[in-house]
Ligand binder design. Sequence first.
Ligand code: SF4
Length: 248
Amino acid sequence: MALNVTLRMFRYRPDQSARYDMFKVTVPDAANVLDAIEQAWAQHDRALMFRHACHHASCGTCAVRVNGREVLPCIVPVKKYLDGDKPLTIEPLKNFSLVGDLVVDVANFFQKQAASGLVITRPTENKLEGKPIAYDQGLDPASVETVPFNRFENCIECGICLSACPTMAASVKFFGPASLAALERELDKTTDPQRRARLLELADDEQGVWRCHSAWECTETCPQNVRPAEAIMALRRRIFAQRFGFGK
Ligand code: SF4
């Protein structure tokens, strides 16, 4: 079975006024929103700007807003949004500079990570307690050798939490949910007292955890269950503990 869907697509170029274009596309019943965007590009307008890479929520590149909500369109079914003849409104992430159509400039995101002294990936990481990968894949663990492997970050740097964050909308200097979540994770892992003190100092910065208005939109929208809001609360508890000499 095929689905007929209308996309109401945000269009923008630096030298033109922003507008919305309507594209009618036909996609398979099981299609995700990214498939529909690709159909609009293939069938209607090869100048449509959008980003994508992995198609399975691994790279975070394709993040957009669908009907006002931040999602990874590569994993969200078109059917979820079908409501009679109503179109799906596809827009770029908020709180980033626009490049064109659905593409935003993500440099600010990575600059925040770098400014915090945080690494995005690292050459080695703790093993997952020797657990065979087979457990996660529904295979018989006994049939698969338990091998050490690197665990990389849950965060895929999609920028969804920055787009959904009302504090980011008010202050672009705010470190933002992803950086603060990474900072909390670094504190969990680091035993070096000087490094820990520096990380807590960063969290306590005027653009750090105290700017957060506790809207919890970051945790609500994060597709990777990083739970940045919980990390921000944990950082606040750490700062209090350090300041008043209790806890860890
Ligand atoms: S914390 Fe979640 S929403 Fe934010 S950048 Fe990482 S994966 Fe995306």
